[in-house]
Design a protein around this ligand. Structure first.
Ligand code: AMP
Ligand code: GLY
Length: 419
C-alpha cells in the first residue's frame, strides 16, 4: 500500500513511523509533515487545511489510503471530499466530527442518548451564565469554549466568581469565535483516562487505554495544555473497566451517531473521568489523541495500515494487537508554552538519543534551519520509550530527555509516576 498521512505534529510523526513498519506498506508520505518526519519519510508541502490540494495529491499519487491526523480538516470535510473522489480515507465525516468540533453539540448528544457525562448548561450571554451559576448549589465549575481551541479552551474554576469571570472572558472573544458559546459543567472528581477506539459506523473496538497529563506543571498544577505526556497502559483501567466503558460509552456513542444520521467511521476518542459512579465523558475527539498516539504506536504490534484500511472500508478489524510492554511519552515544550512560546532555539542531543534502543523521539514543533534543527512550536518533542514495565519505560524516557537540550525547555518530571 501507498499511504498518505495528513498533518505535521508529533501524532503524525508517530503514525508515519508505525505505518512504515506495517508489512502491507510499500510507501508512507506526509503532508505537510515537519523536520522530524522529513528525516523518516518524504514530505509534500500541501497544508492540512488545503482540502482541494490534498484531494488532488491523493489522486495524482494514486494512494491506497489517506490517514488524517488533526481534527480541523475533518471538521472542514476532508474525509467527505476524499470519499467523494473515491479515495479510501481513515477519518470521520464532517457530520461525525462535530462530536469534537462543538462541545455544545457533544453535550446535547450525550444528554439525548443517556451517555454518562457531567451536568451542564450552554450559554451565549453572560447574564444567563450568572443566573445559572448563582442558582446552583455547585461551587466549583469547569468552563469550556464551544469550538476548537487546541486543548486550551477549558478552565477549571475554584469558585462561582471565577467561573463567571472566565465565561465572560470567553464570550467577549478571548478565544475568538470558539468562545462565542460556552459550556459550563459540574466539576468531576476522579482519575482520568483516554480510551481510543476504531469505529466502522456500527461497531467499535477499543484500543489500549492511556493516561494523558494535561496541565503544564507537575502534580497536575498550572494551566491546561495540549498534553504534556502520556503513559500506556494505565493502572486505572483494567480489562473490566475497558469493557464497561466500551459498552456504556463507546458503543452507545456509535449507536447514537448512527441513529442521528451521522455514522461515526474512524477514530473515536473518549476522554473519561473515572468517578465513584462509573466512567463519565469529559470530551470526545474525532481523531487520534496527541500525545496518546506517540505512546500507543510504540505498543502497536499488528498491521496498522490494514486495520485502518478496514475501517475506511466500513469493516471492523479483528487483528489489533498491542505489546504487553508499557510506553511513556514525555513532551518537551518551548519556554512560554501554553502561552506564547519562544521559538527558533537550537535543539541539541538528538543524535545521541537516536542510538538508544527502545526510544523514539517524535517531533511536534521543529524546523530545519540550515544544518541546525530549531524549535518551531509550543510542543517541540515527544520523547517516547518502551519497557517491560511502566517504571522501566519511564526511566528510559527520562534518560533520553536528559540528553536533549534547548534553551528554556519545559517538561514534567512526573509522567507515568502515579501509582
Ligand atoms: P476537555 O478538553 O473537555 O477534555 O478538558 C480538558 C481537561 O480539563 C480534562 O482532561 C480534565 O483534566 C479537565 N476537565 C474537563 N472537564 C472536567 C470536569 N467536568 N470536571 C473536572 N475536570 C474536567
Ligand atoms: N491528548 C488529548 C488530545 O489529543 O486532545
Amino acid at each position: 500500500m501507498k499511504v498518505l498521512v495528513v498533518g505535521g505534529g508529533g501524532r503524525e510523526h508517530a503514525l508515519v513511523w508505525r505505518l512504515q513498519g506495517s508489512p502491507s506498506v510499500k510507501e508512507v508520505f506526509c503532508a505537510p509533515g515537519n523536520a522530524g518526519i522529513a528525516a523518516d519519510a518524504r514530505c509534500v508541502a500541501t497544508k492540512a487545511d488545503d482540502l482541494g490540494g490534498l484531494v488532488a495529491l491523493a489522486k495524482s499519487q494514486r494512494v491506497d489510503l489517506v490517514v488524517v491526523g488533526p481534527e480541523a480538516p475533518l471538521v472542514a470535510g476532508l474525509a467527505d471530499r476524499l470519499s467523494a473522489a473515491g479515495v479510501p480515507v481513515f477519518g470521520c465525516s464532517a457530520a461525525a466530527a462535530e462530536l469534537e468540533g462543538s462541545k455544545a453539540f457533544s453535550k446535547a448528544f450525550m444528554a439525548r442518548h443517556q451517555i454518562p457525562t457531567a451536568a451542564f448548561g450552554v450559554f451565549t450571554r453572560i447574564d444567563e451564565v450568572d443566573r445559572f451559576v448563582d442558582g446552583a448549589s455547585e461551587r466549583r465549575w469547569v468552563v469550556k469554549a464551544d469550538g476548537l481551541a487546541a486543548g486550551k479552551g477549558v478552565t477549571l474554576c475554584a469558585d462561582r466568581a471565577e467561573a463567571k469571570r472566565e465565561a465572560r472572558r470567553m464570550l467577549e472573544g478571548a478565544l475568538g469565535s470558539a468562545g462565542a458559546r460556552v459550556v459550563i459543567e459540574e466539576f468531576l472528581v476522579g482519575r482520568e483516562a483516554s480510551l481510543m477506539s476504531l469505529a466502522n459506523g456500527e461497531q467499535v473496538v477499543a484500543l489500549a487505554p492511556a493516561e494523558d497529563h494535561k496541565t503544564i506543571f507537575d502534580g497536575d498544577r498550572g494551566p491546561m495544555t495540549g498534553g504534556m505526556g502520556v503513559v500506556s497502559p494505565t493502572p486505572v483501567m483494567n480489562s473490566d473497566a475497558i469493557e464497561h466503558a466500551t459498552r456504556d460509552v463507546l458503543q452507545k456513542t456509535v449507536d447514537g451517531m448512527r441513529a442521528d444520521g451521522r455514522p461515526f467511521r474512524g477514530l473515536l476518542y473518549a476522554g473519561l473521568m473515572l468517578t465513584a459512579d462509573g466512567p463519565k465523558v469529559l470530551e470526545f475527539n474525532c481523531r487520534f489523541g496527541d500525545p496518546e498516539t506517540q505512546a500507543l504506536m510504540m505498543r502497536w504490534e499488528s498491521d496498522l495500515a490494514l486495520e485502518l484500511l478496514a475501517i475506511a472500508n466500513g469493516k471492523l478489524p479483528t487483528t489489533i494487537c498491542f505489546s504487553s510492554d508499557a510506553a511513556v511519552c514525555v513532551t518537551m515544550a518551548a519556554p512560554g508554552y501554553p502561552g506564547t512560546p519562544a521559538l527558533g532555539q537550537p535543539i541539541e542531543g538528538l543524535k545521541r538519543v537516536a542510538k538508544m534502543q527502545d526510544v523514539k523521539v517524535f517531533h511536534a514543533g521543529t524546523r530545519q534551519q540550515g544544518d541546525r534543527l530549531v524549535t518551531a512550536g509550543g510542543r517541540v518533542l515527544g520523547v517516547t520509550a518502551r519497557g517491560a514495565t511502566v517504571e522501566k519505560a519511564r526511566a528510559l524516557a527520562y534518560a533520553a530527555v536528559t540528553e536533549i537540550h534547548f534553551e528554556g525547555a519545559q517538561f514534567r518530571r512526573d509522567i507515568g509516576a502515579r501509582p
